[in-house]
Design a protein around this ligand. Structure first.
Ligand SMILES: [Zn+2]
Ligand SMILES: [Zn+2]
Length: 324
């Protein structure tokens, strides 16, 4: 019997893959109510609405937002590149690695943080906030959170031990919508702790905190995208793909600039905003000691992934082994 071979041009494979992922996302009901507190924390990055202390898990909506960011990358790229380039695949590896880490630890870590705050830090809670308008509590919680994230980002650049973990995020030379996931788990734990604290101080209910965390999960995907856009006048308020690209800039003149997470106001207030908001520099980090990814096969990418996970611990144990 003659076998029939169906050949599909490799040109269309990425499109087929994207349609397949979209179909799987759409096949899951649009909203699945999650009542379990641990699962709720875990699924926060994929949830779009929080109601009655329950997260509504919506992979389809998450997929639509990702697709919108991706279409912008295609429409106005800084550097045109293939859909499944090696660097994009490598960031996908970090994405799935971090999803596994979050599933295993982050939900419990968030619950532990909550208990820790109630037990030891409740004196930080601002008295009488119960009488304030919920919007005022939310707005102040958001502002203080964003400020502490800006400050922690600056500290993670200035303190060598913290930089060793944060360098992993900066090592990407081709920014894309998954670069926000290229974060060492220790870096994630530090930033999660910092995110919770101010919102708790203003007595914001956990669902409100989580709704904001969802925005904070999606927005960095947009500003890590390979998109040539600086948002016009909105850049004076918000971090943009242009300003965050400068933060990742390889050249020394961009070092320690634009630390903002959501709002750019802190950099403008404290003089760390890079003045030129029209440049789109090359990205990455210097440093021969840093285990930059090498090779494009799944095996070599897994090896790089393991090396980059271990690197910060090595560089702290042996200070000679550190990047620029
Ligand atoms: Zn940074
Ligand atoms: Zn970044």
């Amino acid at each position: 019997m003659r076998s029939v071979r169906i050949t599909v041009s490799t040109k269309y494979l990425p499109i087929l893959l994207w349609v397949f992922v979209g179909a799987v996302a759409a096949a899951i009901p649009f909203g699945v109510l999650i009542g379990d507190p641990v699962l709720r924390q875990l699924l926060a990055p994929f949830s779009l609405h929080i109601a009655n202390e329950k997260a509504i898990y919506s992979p389809a909506a998450y997929f639509v937002l990702l697709t919108a960011c991706y279409l912008l990358e295609r429409k106005m790229p800084v550097n045109p590149r293939d859909f499944l380039s090696a660097s994009f695949r490598y960031d996908l590896l970090w994405y799935f690695g971090n999803v596994c880490f979050n599933l295993a630890f982050l939900g419990y870590f968030a619950l532990w943080l909550n208990a820790f705050y109630q037990h030891y830090l409740s004196f930080l809670s601002i008295g009488g906030v119960g009488d304030w308008h919920p919007m005022a509590r939310f707005a102040l919680g958001v502002l203080l959170t964003d400020f502490t994230r800006w400050l922690s980002h600056l500290i993670r650049h200035k303190v060598p031990a913290f930089w060793a973990f944060h360098a992993v995020h900066h090592s990407q030379t081709e920014l894309n919508i998954f670069t926000d996931a290229r974060v060492h788990p220790v870096d994630t734990m530090v930033s999660t702790a910092i995110r919770f604290l101010p919102m708790m101080m203003f007595g914001n209910p956990v669902p409100v905190i989580m709704a904001w965390l969802v925005f904070e999960t999606v927005y960095p995907k947009f500003y890590h995208a390979n998109v040539r856009i600086n948002l016009g006048p909105l850049r004076y308020l918000l971090v943009t793909p242009q300003s965050h690209r400068v933060h990742h800039g390889l050249d020394r003149i961009y070092r320690d600039k634009n630390f903002g997470f959501t709002f750019s106001v802190w950099d403008r207030l404290f003089g760390t905003q890079f003045a030129d908001d029209t440049v789109y520099p090359a990205t990455g980090i210097e440093g021969k000691a840093f285990p930059h990814e090498s090779g494009t096969t799944p095996r070599s990418q897994l090896r790089s992934f393991a090396r980059q996970l271990i690197y910060p611990f090595r560089s702290i144990a042996q200070p000679g082994v550190s990047s620029a």
